[in-house]
Design a protein around this ligand. Structure first.
Ligand code: PHE
Length: 341
């Protein structure tokens, strides 16, 4: 009788611990199931001496009934609870739906928006040009000679003799000048294409922003002021820049603008290829031949143009080590820019 008392107490403790339909079923199997202690004891009754058997049998059966009643009670209370939470056809015990994750802008889009905002502040407006472009606008009208190496099929994706994927946003200059009369101040962000071997810093399609400003008496000083305005607004007041002579067929004079490397402050490091400088754009005064192609009188008007690569800016800004991340659309990468404008 002593072990029976102990068994009863253990059983009651188990029942008291039931906290869900699942644990109720577990406890029921443990106490009343075919392999449960009580069942084993009942089966063993036949081995008891005749005079003990009735008493033990009665006690075990009584305990069995007690368990059954208690477990049934718990079951009814769970069912009632469930019914209460099912009010209005809604089961409040179910887990809530997965959190809704809002989309976010691609880091390239954010950088484009940020740059455009700065130029809007200086009176520029935004225009578009086609990705699939005529050879005429991409090269000829921009004063590229017929045998210029950039026209080579190795650098340019040709669709046919006359049609190609633009290798730069500059063809938009001529298209816009054909449509508008000076003075004009426009920026044209867009995708450009070049037949590059792919690696951590080269992809075959990337982004540029073109700028064009045309009016009367526009000078290299205006170009410089505009560029410096942009650079200080985008990178900060203390940034150091230099204008380096360069060549582009469609501008004369031409420059490349370098910014002192922000990673090493000019000492030379891996970010700047040990030079201490980062090239940030190509620019120059619009070549008279380009004005001529667009139907502008180059005796009357002057202007400047610039082109900057967006990918490098985004990579520097977010410390992205491989340009290909920007084009793989991997959500593990993209979702890191959730807080970016
Ligand atoms: N289109 C030139 C490039 O892709 C950049 C540029 C634009 C240079 C406008 C001068 C003026 O490298």
């Amino acid at each position: 009788m002593e072990w029976l008392t102990e068994m009863r107490e253990n059983g009651l403790a188990l029942i008291a611990e039931i906290d869900s339909i699942d644990s109720l079923e577990q406890v029921r199997v443990e106490l009343l199931g075919r392999k449960g202690k009580l069942t084993t004891q009942l089966r063993g009754l036949k081995d008891l001496p005749d005079d003990e058997r009735p008493k033990a049998g009665a006690a075990l059966n009584k305990l069995r009934q007690e368990y059954e009643v208690l477990i049934e009670e718990r079951k009814t209370s769970f069912a009632a609870q469930k019914e209460a939470t099912l009010a209005d056809g809604c089961d409040l015990t179910l887990p809530s739906v997965a959190p809704v994750t809002p989309g976010n802008r691609h880091p390239l889009t954010s950088v484009i928006n940020e740059i455009c905002d700065i130029f809007y502040g200086m009176g520029f407006s935004r225009e578009d040009g086609p990705d699939v472009e005529l050879d005429y606008y991409n090269f000829t009208a921009l004063n590229f000679p017929d045998d210029h190496p950039a026209r080579d099929i190795q650098d340019t994706f040709y669709i046919n003799d006359k049609v190609l994927l633009r290798t730069q946003t500059s063809p938009a200059q001529v298209r816009i000048m054909e449509q508008q009369t000076p003075p004009l101040a426009v920026i044209v962000p867009g995708r450009v294409y070049r037949n590059e071997a792919l690696d951590a810093s080269h992809v075959a399609e990337f982004f540029q922003i073109e700028g064009l400003y045309v009016g009367k008496d526009v000078s290299l000083a205006d170009l410089k002021t505009t560029v410096l305005q942009f650079v200080t607004q985008f990178y900060g007041d203390d940034v150091i820049t230099r204008f380096r002579p360069h060549f582009f067929p469609f501008t004369e004079p031409s420059v490349e603008v370098d910014m002192q490397c922000m990673a090493c402050h000019g000492d030379g490091c891996n970010v700047c290829g040990k030079t201490g400088w980062l090239e940030i754009m190509g620019a120059g005064m619009v070549h008279p031949n380009v004005f001529k192609a667009a139907g502008y009188d180059s005796d009357k008007y002057t202007g400047f143009a610039f082109g900057l690569g967006i990918d490098r800016i985004a990579m520097l800004k977010h410390a992205i080590k491989d340009i290909r991340y920007l084009y793989e659309n991997d959500l593990r990468f993209l979702s890191q820019f959730r807080s970016v404008r």
